[in-house]
Design a binder for this molecule. Structure first.
Ligand SMILES: Cc1cc2nc3c(=O)[nH]c(=O)nc-3n(C[C@H](O)[C@H](O)[C@H](O)COP(=O)(O)O)c2cc1C
Length: 225
């Protein structure tokens, strides 16, 4: 049996990091007694990954997910790749948006609750407690993926566009985000699937969305089976 020695035990900063990550690790695994109201994400690691051309070769849709949770660091990196802030001075994001209005909100549906990704604050804010993963699509496997992202357009952000243009821009902008997630998944060896086949009224109700919030797409991420 291995007995930890003083030198093999985590130092104080590492221990603090572990303690800070515990709420997110529990939310990802569905082991929390009560879903936390707010979860701080680890700082995203914004270097490394496979070369772009290799990632483009490997990008694909996969529909078989193991239930294993993603590690907290992987979730943070995934969300940053999806629609994180990559130019803090201007608030620029990793995906483009029409008029730069950044109308897509990323809802992160985990086993213990649905959260809103706060890209600037690098945090998750609880929206609804409980496991809503099965409501993020109409196909049976969507409940198996440990993380489902739901892309919701906030039409209030468009001030001078027709209804048709709002729908068109929202679809294009969610598409950019979903491709970022596909590329991150290919780089990390994760299974990813995007979908439009969603009971949108049921999911909007479960998430408590307002009339100006429109579900565009959902996307599951996990380990391949
Ligand atoms: C806008 C959009 C909506 C989609 N909706 C669904 C869906 O509801 N269910 C599903 O199984 N796949 C869905 N897909 C995934 C496509 O079926 C998949 O991308 C296509 O078969 C090509 O496979 P590939 O992604 O591996 O190249 C959707 C893809 C896009 C871009």
């Amino acid at each position: 049996m291995l007995t930890p020695t003083a030198s093999s035990l985590p130092g104080r900063p590492a221990l603090l990091a572990l303690v800070l990550m515990l709420p997110l690790a529990l939310a990802l695994a569905g082991g929390a007694l009560a879903a936390p109201k707010s979860i701080r994400l680890p700082e995203p690691q914004t270097t490394g990954g496979k070369p772009l051309m290799q990632v483009l070769k490997e990008r694909r849709t996969a529909r078989d997910f193991k239930g294993d949770p993603l590690p907290p660091q992987t979730l943070s990196n995934l969300l940053w790749a999806a629609f994180g802030v990559n130019r803090p001075a201007s608030g620029g994001r990793t995906a483009p948006s029409a008029h730069d209005v950044q109308e897509i909100d990323v809802y992160v549906v985990l086993p213990d609750g649905a959260y809103l990704y706060d890209a600037r604050g690098n945090a998750l804010e609880l929206v609804r407690a409980g496991d809503l993963r099965g409501l993020t699509g109409m196909q049976p496997f969507v409940k198996d993926a440990p993380v489902s992202l739901v892309y919701v357009s906030d039409y209030r952000k468009f001030t001078r566009d027709s209804e048709a243009d709002k729908a068109f821009y929202s679809a294009a902008d969610a598409g950019h985000i979903s491709q970022n997630v596909y590329l991150f998944g290919a780089s990390e060896g994760l299974a990813v699937m995007v979908r439009a086949y969603i009971d949108k009224p049921a999911l909007a109700k479960a998430l408590g969305l307002k009339p100006y919030q429109h579900i565009v797409l959902a996307q599951s991420v996990g380990y391949p089976k």
